[in-house]
Design a protein around this ligand. Sequence first.
Ligand SMILES: Nc1ncnc2c1ncn2[C@@H]1O[C@H](COP(=O)(O)OP(=O)(O)O)[C@@H](O)[C@H]1O
Ligand SMILES: [Mg+2]
Length: 267
Amino acid sequence: MTGAPLVVTDLRVEFSGFVAVGGVSFDAHPGEVRFLIGPNGAGKTTCIDAITGLTRGTGSAKLGGTELLGKQVHKIVRLGVGRTFQTASVFDELTVLQNLDIAAGLRRSPVSLLRARRGVDPSIERALEETGLAGELATPAGILSHGQKQWLEIAMLLVQDAKVLLLDEPVAGMSHDERTATGELLQRIAPKRTVLVVEHDMDFMRRFATRVTVLHQGKVLSQGAVAEVQADPRVQEVYLGTAGAATTAAMSAVPEPVAAMQKLTED
Ligand SMILES: Nc1ncnc2c1ncn2[C@@H]1O[C@H](COP(=O)(O)OP(=O)(O)O)[C@@H](O)[C@H]1O
Ligand SMILES: [Mg+2]
């Protein structure tokens, strides 16, 4: 079964008068690895919080015609919207399998939970294969590598049968190889689902995005295919700024994505 499109229209979120998201519209379709990028404080996480019911927002966020805004968090999960957090939220003391079992419980009805369990749930087996964690079944999540923890979080969403995956900075702190593996994982799972990646890292975005929305100060600055967005002078200004000679020299001394991230976190 294929997922439904996520259509966000004029989303607004205020925190006691401060406009964190000021009328943002974008959509994401099944089959895409859709990116939402922007400097720190641009409002990316707040967008995801509003779509998943953690923060109150106005406007509209529809999944295949069903309005998500105003619904309770668990109802949004049941509709097939899953998310990860900037800091991996797995149970460190439990094994990979136990973590996935808990995720599977979220989509089981109370009645099916009472039935006797027989072996490993097929959806768990599939998620382990897809995320490359099949060899880590019995490993406590706490001793997984940073990358593997993020993959476990993604596996938990797959086990919940999420049709929309909202991933908040999934590759932050990952090695280059782990980033590549993550990008490939997203491409593998995207055909049947809608994947929205919040990112900071321009290099990762360039390699794996289908379409991109750039947020800046709670508004959409630019939107489109990677090449279009990269060529947009407003994006270049926000990402590269009008850096002085000292900053430019410092930036040229480190790899490009690192420089872009440093610039982004200056804010
Ligand atoms: N709960 C909150 N209360 C007040 N301000 C918040 C809250 N959450 C986020 N903000 C502010 O909203 C803006 C957007 O934050 P956020 O969505 O986390 O940005 P991003 O994820 O793009 O870095 C920031 O200025 C942040 O300080
Ligand atoms: Mg954030």
